[in-house]
Ligand binder design. Structure first.
Ligand SMILES: Cc1cc2nc3c(=O)[nH]c(=O)nc-3n(C[C@H](O)[C@H](O)[C@H](O)COP(=O)(O)OP(=O)(O)OC[C@H]3O[C@@H](n4cnc5c(N)ncnc54)[C@H](O)[C@@H]3O)c2cc1C
Length: 277
C-alpha cells in the first residue's frame, strides 16, 4: 500500500507513457513509472518517495516482448524476473535472476525496474553488461537504441522521464559458456556478499561482472585482463582481486575484507568452471 494520495495512469504505448510523464512532471506531480511496484511501494511506505502520480507501464506490448528476431533475442523491460527464469532462453540470465529476492517478489520485480531502480545491487544487469547487448529506450527526445555497456556503468544513465522498453542480445551470446554464483552470508535468499556472472568469449577469454561489492555492480577491463595467463585458477583470481574496488561495502552481512576474500573465491570458481582447474 502507498500511504498517500496519488493519481494512477495506465499507459498503452511507450510514447504515451513518456508524454504523460512529461505532462505530470511539468505540473509538479513528481511522477514515477510503476512496473513491478516493489521498490515504489517499499520506498513510499518508508517515506523515501512521495509520488503525486504513478504511471503503470506493464501493459505496453513492446515492453512485454519476448523472443527471437533478426539474429537477436529480445526481452521486454516490463517482464518479471520470474518470466525470464520460466522462459530460460538465456541460461546465464535465468541463473542470475533466480537468486534475486524471494519467489514471490521475483514474480513482481521487472527487468526494467531492476536495471533502472534505486535499490542497490541490480544483479540482473550483470549478464547484459557482459554481452554485446543493446538497450532500447523512449524519452523526451524520442527513441534510442544503444549498446548497454555504453549507457550502464553500475547505474543506467537515463534522462528524466526516459523509459527502458527492451533489451536485445545476439543469438550467439546465449550459447556461450557461462557461469553464475551468488554468495550470501547465511540465508539462501538474501542480498549478495558477492554475485558473479562470467561469460567465456569466442576468443576463449573469461569476462566477469560482479555485484555486492559496492551498491552498484562492478566490472573492470584490468580485472578481466588479469584473469588471462599462466597459473592456476586460484593464482589468477588472486592477481585479479588486486583490481577490485579499493573500498567495498561494509555491513552486517560482511566486512570489506571478507567480501574481498569471497570475491577472490568466486573468481577462482568461475575460472575453474569455465576453463577447468
Ligand atoms: C523485497 C525486495 C528484495 C530485493 N532483493 C533484491 C536482490 O536480491 N537483488 C537485486 O538486484 N535487487 C533486489 N531488489 C531490488 C529490486 O530489484 C529493485 O527495487 C527493482 O526496482 C524492483 O523492480 P520493480 O519492477 O518492482 O520496480 P518499480 O518499483 O516498479 O520501480 C522502481 C523504480 O524503477 C523505475 N522503473 C521501473 N521500470 C522502469 C523502466 N522500464 N524504465 C525506466 N524506469 C523504470 C521506476 O520509475 C522506479 O523509480 C529487491 C527489492 C525488494 C523490494
Amino acid at each position: 500500500m502507498i500511504p498517500m494520495d496519488f493519481s494512477y495512469w495506465r499507459t498503452e504505448t511507450a510514447e504515451e507513457a513518456v508524454a504523460v510523464y512529461q505532462q505530470l512532471a511539468d505540473d509538479g506531480q513528481h511522477p514515477v513509472y510503476y512496473a513491478g511496484g516493489t521498490e515504489v511501494v517499499t520506498r513510499a511506505r518508508l517515506g523515501a518517495l512521495t509520488p503525486g502520480a504513478v504511471i503503470d507501464v506493464k501493459a505496453i506490448p513492446e515492453a512485454r516482448r519476448l523472443g527471437r528476431d533478426g539474429g537477436c533475442w529480445h526481452v521486454g523491460a516490463a517482464l518479471s524476473l520470474a518470466d525470464l527464469i520460466h522462459d530460460g532462453a538465456w541460461p546465464l540470465l535465468a541463473r542470475v535472476a533466480e537468486r534475486v529476492a524471494d519467489h514471490t517478489t521475483r514474480s513482481h520485480i521487472t527487468l526494467g525496474g531492476n536495471l533502472a531502480g534505486t535499490i542497490a545491487y541490480r544483479e540482473a544487469a550483470l549478464p547484459f553488461w557482459l554481452a554485446d547487448a543493446d538497450v532500447a529506450t523512449v524519452g523526451p527526445h524520442g527513441r534510442r537504441t544503444a549498446r548497454f555497456r555504453d549507457r550502464f556503468d553500475g547505474t543506467l544513465a537515463l534522462d528524466p522521464g526516459e523509459l527502458v522498453v527492451s533489451l536485445s542480445v545476439p543469438d550467439g551470446v546465449r550459447q556461450q559458456p557461462s557461469y553464475a554464483q551468488k554468495a550470501t552470508r547465511l540465508d539462501y535468499v538474501d542480498y549478495p556478499l558477492v554475485t558473479i556472472a562470467a561469460l567465456r568469449g569466442a576468443e576463449g577469454q573469461v569476462h566477469v561482472a560482479l555485484s555486492g561489492l559496492k551498491p552498484e555492480p562492478f566490472r573492470s577491463a584490468a580485472l578481466d585482463a588479469a584473469l588471462i595467463g599462466s597459473g592456476s585458477s586460484a593464482d589468477r583470481a588472486g592477481r585479479a582481486a588486486r583490481h577490485l574496488p579499493a573500498t567495498l561495502v561494509e555491513d552486517l552481512h560482511g566486512t570489506a575484507d571478507y567480501r574481498r576474500f569471497v570475491a577472490q573465491t568466486v573468481l577462482a570458481d568461475a575460472l575453474t568452471a569455465l576453463e577447468g582447474p
